[in-house]
Design a binder for this molecule. Sequence first.
Ligand code: 5RP
Length: 233
Amino acid sequence: MSDALKRRAAEKAADVELRSGMKLGLGTGSTAKHFVDIVGERIRAGETYLCVPTSEATRLQAESLGIPLTTLDEIGEIDLTVDGADEFDPALNLVKGAGGALLREKMVASNSKRMIVIADASKQVARLGAFPLSVEVVRFAHGASARALVKAFAQEGIRAEPRLRLAKDGSPYITDNGNYIYDCANDGIAEPAKLASRLDAVPGIVEHGLFTGLCFAVYLASEEGVAVLGRKP
Ligand code: 5RP
C-alpha cells in the first residue's frame, strides 16, 4: 500500500471519528503511524487528547509529537482505538502482529469502546490465513509451545508451520514484553473464533494475532477514495 493511501485512510478516520477531549488508543505500524501524526497535528491546533500507545515505537513517536500519554492502568475505558491490520475478512475479524505489538494492541483494543482499522485493499481477504498468524510465546520451552501450536491448529483442521521470528542480526526477535513470536504460515482459517479459543487454551502462548469481535469498522483506502466498512450486527 502506498504511503499516500495510508495517510488518506488515517485522515478519513480522523475526520469521521475524532472529537477533541477523547481518550485514544494509538496503534502500531506504518499505517497507524499516520494516524498518530494526525493526532499530533490536532494537538498543535489546540485540540486535547489523552492517549495510550500500543508499543514502545508508538510511544516514542507520540512523545516526539508532544501527545499526552498515559497507561492502560490509569486511563480506564478508552473511547477509540485506531490501528492497522495484516488482514481483515468480511466479518471484520483481523489478523494482526506483523509489527510485533499484538499483545498490547489486543489489550488496548479490548479496553476500548470502539476499535477501528485503517487499511487498503491489499489487507482485505475473503478468508483469513494468507498472511502468517503471529503468536507471542514465553521464552521458556518455546519449542514445545511451537509444537503445541501445530496441534491446536490441527484440531481445527488447519496445517500450520510456526517459524520463530528473527531480528535483523539473526537472534530471536524479542517483543516489548520480553517474549518471542512464532509466525504461523497456515492453509486458511475458516472459523477464526474457534481457532482463537484453541490458541487461548495453550500454556506458554501469551497472545495471538487473531482479533475476533473487536473491530467495529475498517476505513479502506483506494485511488477512488476511502470506503467505510462497518461490522454487521
Ligand atoms: C503491528 C500490527 C500492524 O498494525 C499490522 O502489522 C499492520 O502494519 P502496517 O500498517 O505497517 O501494514 O499488527 O503489530
